[in-house]
Design a protein around this ligand. Sequence first.
Ligand code: ADP
Ligand code: MG
Length: 220
Amino acid sequence: AQQMLVSSEKLSTAGQLAASVAHEIRNPITSLKGFLQLLETGIEGKEAYLNIMKDEIEKIESISSELLYIAKPSPNEFKEANIVEMLEEVCMLMRSQARLEDVEVVLDSDLKSYMILCDRSQIKQVFINLIKNAIEAMHEPGEVTIKVTNDHCLSVEVIDQGEGVPDSLKERLGQPFLTTKDKGTGLGLMVTIDILQNHEAQLLIRDREPKGSIFQVKFS
Ligand code: ADP
Ligand code: MG
């Protein structure tokens, strides 16, 4: 199977990032302004406009909260922690979102406990991002599996049965604001890759047969 290594080499310089942030936030703001003007004139169908406005505000909100990590990443707090237990916590957290989409989140681990030196909240964020993407890729009921193995090195695979990553997108994963989703920010994988690099871990991506993707995190 095809496998590719994602690095953050393509991460934009600060200037480019600032420009794209401005662009990404200007769009919803322009639309909010337009709708406010419409509401001022007292048109019909207020409800629908208010809903769109709420979506636009949510978009700005999620962009800003993800950008906060980039602008001011919390200082690394590396401690020994049990990764299997952390994954259990993340799976628990993600199950409520998964249930809404009829997706089961299953932790399949060879190990009960495995200690790694890590920043707990950052590593949890990595798996929140990957599992969230996995759930969002599934458009029908099914299973997202988190597979933990320790064969030469510790590996955590997030396996979905979703639409798969189109080839044209694969090489660009991790670029800021790259998204195929209406409500996506396109910042999740960028943050994920950055955190993993801080931990000297790698992110590998391959297709799952017959459908879906496998996002594998390899700790050294
Ligand atoms: P967002 O989730 O906000 O779109 P991400 O950086 O998390 O941003 O992901 C970027 C893009 O990568 C997604 O919009 C999607 O097109 C693609 N992608 C990520 N994970 C998966 C997956 N498990 N299956 C299919 N496509 C994916
Ligand atoms: Mg995402």
